[in-house]
Design a protein around this ligand. Structure first.
Ligand SMILES: C[S@@+](CC[C@H](N)C(=O)[O-])C[C@H]1O[C@@H](n2cnc3c(N)ncnc32)[C@H](O)[C@@H]1O
Length: 282
């Protein structure tokens, strides 16, 4: 491994904001959409609700949320990546979703007030955002402050990222997983953030009503396989670009991935993820 390069444009988002990452996040959303819809239903989300999508990325979930809340509701989609927000704006316009409000903001900016021009939300959604925020308390403050008393927070984050790997174990891929975690941590992120998020919600008086674990063991014939596959394909070159992985190590990871994928007996374990529902006190 080489020394991380602080000069590279990691500020927007460590995994990049290029077209390949927009496409990967779309694939990831489709892989996780059924779970998100199930969680939102359990939360009681329905037409007319005012929703925050905190760290919305290219807004794949924002579009689904807008469809559910309809023209009588509203979705405030916030991210700091202008490239991601441009993608969401184009999609919202194509669908004539006037209920989506896009806001470019750093979620860690001091005194950030997301209620300005929107008011308080009935429902706040955040998925794979707290893992990338170096100041979890500040991010949780901004997230929870936007919710109205009695409003519901719905969150998806990793509990234990390094459950991800092959069965039988493939050490090169286990090392790759460790490099990903190290790369996030080197820039202030924390992959295994779900436990700290839950503790932070409880400390803020929230009633944590659901912690649902998600972990699957799959074969290559399962469409879910494409989710980690697309991550490997886009993140190996990204780690090289960031100076977090050598070219040789990158080639070894891709070769090990292809060899393990080609074995018919191979199974893959996905990263252990939590879906969380918590109600803000009245
Ligand atoms: C893994 S993506 C998840 C996107 C979306 N929530 C989803 O589930 O598809 C993480 C997102 O967090 C955003 N992000 C990270 N740190 C941020 C910050 N401090 N302020 C605003 N957005 C941030 C990135 O720009 C990126 O869009």
């Amino acid at each position: 491994m080489t020394t991380p390069s602080p000069s590279l444009p990691t500020q927007d988002y460590i995994l990049g904001v290029h077209d390949a990452e927009i496409a990967r996040l779309g694939l990831q959303h489709r892989a996780w959409r059924a779970r998100a819809l199930g969680l939102w239903r359990k939360a009681g989300l329905r037409a007319g609700a005012r929703v925050l999508d905190f760290g919305c990325g290219p807004g794949y979930a924002s579009l689904d949320l807008a469809e559910i809340v309809g023209a009588s509701g509203a979705v405030l989609a916030v991210d700091r990546s202008s490239a991601f927000l441009a993608q969401l704006t184009a999609q919202a316009q194509a669908r004539a979703y006037g209920q989506i409000m896009v806001r470019e903001a750093d979620l860690l900016a001091p005194d950030l007030d997301l209620t300005e021009g929107f008011g308080q939300a009935d429902f706040a959604w955040a998925r794979w955002i707290f893992a990338f925020t170096p100041d979890l308390d500040r991010a949780l403050d901004a997230f929870t402050k936007t919710l109205a008393p009695g409003g519901m927070a719905a969150i998806t984050e990793y509990i234990t990222y390094n459950t991800w790997g092959f069965l039988p174990a493939e050490p090169v891929i286990a090392d790759f997983c460790a490099s990903v975690m190290q790369s996030w941590r080197a820039r202030g992120g924390e992959p295994d953030v779900a436990g700290r998020v839950i503790a932070g919600l409880i400390a803020r008086g929230f009633d944590v009503q659901l912690i649902e674990p998600a972990l699957e063991i799959i074969t290559q014939s399962d469409p879910l396989w494409d989710w980690p596959e697309s991550f490997i394909r886009s993140n190996v070159p990204r780690l090289v670009e960031l100076g977090d992985m050598s070219e040789t190590a990158a080639q070894n990871v891709l070769a090990a991935w292809e060899a393990a994928s080609a074995r018919p007996q191979t199974r893959m374990i996905t990263p252990l993820t939590a879906q969380i529902l918590a109600k803000k006190p009245r």
